[in-house]
Structure formats: structure tokens, C-alpha cells
Write a protein that binds this ligand. Sequence first.
Ligand SMILES: NC(=O)c1ccc[n+]([C@@H]2O[C@H](COP(=O)([O-])OP(=O)(O)OC[C@H]3O[C@@H](n4cnc5c(N)ncnc54)[C@H](OP(=O)(O)O)[C@@H]3O)[C@@H](O)[C@H]2O)c1
Length: 343
Amino acid sequence: MSRELNIAVVGATGAVGREFLGILDDHSLPISNLKLLASRRSVGTKLSVRGQDIEVEEAKPNSFNNVDFAFISANSSISRQLGPEAVKCGAVVIDDSSAFRMQTNVPLVVPEVNGSDVEWHQGIISIPNCSTTPLVMAIHPLVQSNVVKRVIVNTYQSVSGAGGAAINELREQSIALINNKEYPPEALSQQIAFNLFPQIGNFLPSGYTDEEEKMINETRKILHQESLGVSATCVRVPVYVCHSESVHLEFEKPIDLNEARDLLSQMPGVVVCDADDPENYPMPGELAGTNDVYIGRIRQDRALPNGIAMWLVSDNLRKGAALNAIQIAEEVINRNSLAVKAA
Ligand SMILES: NC(=O)c1ccc[n+]([C@@H]2O[C@H](COP(=O)([O-])OP(=O)(O)OC[C@H]3O[C@@H](n4cnc5c(N)ncnc54)[C@H](OP(=O)(O)O)[C@@H]3O)[C@@H](O)[C@H]2O)c1
């Protein structure tokens, strides 16, 4: 693509938005005009992108004239309100929220896994939940040689997955508790300092939380396996950035560990850490700011027939959100799918 792009970023002041702008600093996406949008509270705030200070404007339905890509990273209700308006203006919307993910006319995309799905977009493309993305990145290469029957995943999700306010809460609450002061939870539902809790989102009648239900449904949609058995337990842990996951996969046929390692190593965006040394497992404290999905502890599952178990870590703000969004835009450009198709 030779043409330079007009881009709008809704939620530019948030945890994902700021990461997005940081990635743009080092990225070759050709941009002629960059509009930074947020709530009224942030109007006038200046953010630096590619060496230029840009003033944040209030996001409004008419903010999207002549915009090619609108990246929306605010919350579901803002996405529902502004996404269709941006599409009406001719923009392709790449949306971080859960607002449209399960709609049948909205592709849900991790480019390395189902990049071709961008071709049937009708104006909106969703990115998955930040814990679904690394999971499908780990499953996808393995299903090239075997059929996956069952996925059991337990997550250890960092506070940045709940936005910028939760990052502050972990820091401030930790300081308060060390000093024997009280700090009741505000951004998160429970105390996170020196604690963890198995609830991300609200509980559903099934007994799962909506974060867990998202992982189940989104994994099936991205892998095009509507009846895949998936069970998830999502846990918030006192880590700033990077989600970790303990993953157990059952396949139709026996799976050889060396073959699994080879397939995972060949997957773009995946790094296998434990090829030579099982102690080389990935940890969130070391991987914030990286782009790949890091996998270790690969071993035979002792309980599942034809099963393997593994441990993965991925930066939720980057591959889990901002980087994946930029990669989707590149996929749209490379597949000549920028023109919005009639709904
Ligand atoms: N954090 C992650 O790891 C992650 C991963 C995948 C997807 N997501 C999704 O990405 C979105 C943003 O998450 P985040 O973690 O960046 O949240 P955040 O840190 O809380 O940031 C929220 C952003 O939304 C803006 N906003 C709030 N109300 C608005 C309004 N009325 N109009 C326009 N903008 C408004 C905020 O602007 P002000 O600063 O002006 O309030 C801020 O820029 C959410 O939908 C989330 O589910 C997050």
C-alpha cells in the first residue's frame, strides 16, 4: 500500500491506547493524519507520537470524516455508540471491546491464526479478549497436524487487563497495606495487593464468569470449531502487565512432544522457551513490552489421553490488544480489504 492513512484512536489516553501510540513510534504503518480521541475529561491533553505532540479531542459521532481506520479502545458502550458512526463515515473500525465480537457479520481476528477472515468484514473487525489471543496462537499450529478435542485453560491475568486505573490500584493498595493503612478496592472487585481472585467480570447462571465465557466462545469462533470443548477459569493476579496461562489440550491422536515443539516454534509470533532446559519457562515479570507469545513447560498431560500441557505468557496490552489491532490493519491493507463492504 502506497497511500498514507488517516487514523483515529478512540481511548488514546487509556492503557491500551497509550501502548498503541508507543507501538506506532516504531512501526512502519504509513500515516498522514492521526486523530487522538478520548472523553471530555482528556480534551487538551497532549500525547507524543512519532516525535510530534498531538492534542486529544473529545470523541464524537462526527469525529470520523475521512478516517480510514478507527481503532476503538474505550469500553463496550462507547464502541456500540461510535463504531457504527465511524463505519457510516467510511472507516474500517478495529474494535478492542467485546461489543461486536460474537456478531456473525463481524470477523474476530488474530492475523497469524485467521487473517483471511478480515476479507468478509462489513466495516467492523473485532480483536479478541486479551487472554483468548495467546491461547489460539498456541493451539493453531498444533491443529495443523492433529484434531484438538478439548481445551482446559486457567489464566493468571495482570491488572492492566482491567485498564489504567487498576494499575494504579495495585501500586497504591500495596503501599497502603505495607504501611498498615486501608485501601478498599475501587477499580477491581476485590483486594489485589498480596492477593488474587478467581473472578474477572460478572458471574453468569452457568457458574462461569463472563471473561471465562468470552474465552470459550471466542476460541471456537477464531478456530472455526463451533463445538470445540473449552473450559476456562480466569484469575486476576497482582502483576502489572502480561497474562499467563496454564493450558491443557487433548487431541484426537497421540501427540509427540518434539513435533509439538517444532510446530509451535515455526508459528510466527510464538517463542518456545524450554527446548533445551525445562527451567527456561516464561514469566510475566520479564516479558512486559514484548510482542510474542512465550511458551514453556511443554509436557505430556498425565490425565488427558493424547494430551499435552503447557505454560504461556503474553503481554496483554500488546499482542492481547494494541499490537493485534495494528496487525489487523496491516492484514486489511495487504488483502485489499480497506473498502467497506455493504452490510
Ligand atoms: N487492557 C487490556 O489488556 C485490554 C486487552 C484487550 C482489550 N481491551 C479492551 O480495550 C478497551 C480499553 O481498555 P483499557 O485497558 O485501555 O482501558 P482504560 O485504561 O480504562 O482506558 C479507557 C479509555 O477509554 C476512554 N473513554 C472513557 N470514556 C470515554 C468516552 N465517554 N468517550 C471517549 N473515550 C472514553 C478513556 O478516556 P479518558 O482518559 O478521557 O477517560 C481512556 O482513554 C476496553 O474495551 C477493553 O475491554 C483491553
